[in-house]
Design a protein around this ligand. Structure first.
Ligand SMILES: CC(C)(COP(=O)(O)OP(=O)(O)OC[C@H]1O[C@@H](n2cnc3c(N)ncnc32)[C@H](O)[C@@H]1OP(=O)(O)O)[C@@H](O)C(=O)NCCC(=O)NCCS
Length: 188
């Protein structure tokens, strides 16, 4: 396989990254059907990228792409956490999206993208980095843990339309299936 290089995201990458955003969201829906992209999600995301990624100052590159000979095969996007001054926290960066194309997985490309981002964030003084993922996504959870991210918050979801089926589930089953929550991880 030809080498894959990492570089900061540029304006010319917009449509290729949007393709990967769609693939990432479809992957999420397959894992948990409650996670669904809005019908106009691509247009909304395009505008978000134009307004926030390309038109604003960032203390370090908040988007990275993995460039192969024939195009992009992965990307990572993030940003800076807006501080809530009631909670004492070091300067914190966020990881929003991470995608590696299926035929480029497992020689360490996801790890390289994250490490490059952590390095750039740390250089800019952001020593703490947070990411959230679907609890049901065992692969993603294993991936983040393997990079040294540890669980620190759980978000729980209640739906009145599916409450009866949820209630029939025993507490121990819910825990083992991670049925209705997402987790946030932090790396420091
Ligand atoms: C998660 C994802 C980014 C991993 O990318 P990758 O390039 O295959 O991962 P790496 O090769 O860098 O793997 C690093 C480590 O993560 C862990 N890991 C990766 N994939 C795994 C899997 N399928 N099962 C268990 N552990 C896994 C392993 O510890 C691996 O180290 P090892 O190969 O030495 O065992 C990729 O599978 C992907 O794009 N998935 C769909 C989108 C997604 O889940 N994004 C993250 C959501 S927040």
């Amino acid at each position: 396989m030809n080498p894959v290089t990492l570089r900061p995201l540029e304006r010319k990458d917009l449509e290729a990254v949007l393709d990967m955003v769609i693939a990432l969201n479809n992957n999420g829906t397959q894992i948990d059907p409650r996670y669904r992209m809005a019908q106009d999600g691509r247009a909304v995301m395009r505008q978000h990228m134009l307004d926030r990624w390309f038109a604003m100052f960032h203390p370090f590159p908040v988007g990275w792409v993995a460039q192969a000979e024939n195009g992009l095969v992965g990307f990572l996007s993030g940003g800076v956490l807006q501080q809530n001054y009631i909670i004492e926290r070091p300067p914190t960066a966020l990881i929003g999206d991470l995608w590696v194309s299926p035929n480029h997985r497992r020689p360490g490309l996801g790890r390289r993208l994250v490490e490059r981002y952590l390095e750039a964030a740390a250089k800019a003084g952001f020593d703490q980095v947070e990411v959230g993922t679907l609890t049901r996504d065992k692969r993603a959870v294993a991936f983040w843990r393997s990079l040294g991210f540890s669980d620190w918050r759980t978000s729980l979801c209640y739906s009145s339309t599916s409450a009866s089926s949820t209630r029939q589930t025993s507490p121990s089953d819910s825990i083992s299936q991670g049925s209705s929550s997402s987790i946030s991880s932090v790396k420091k």
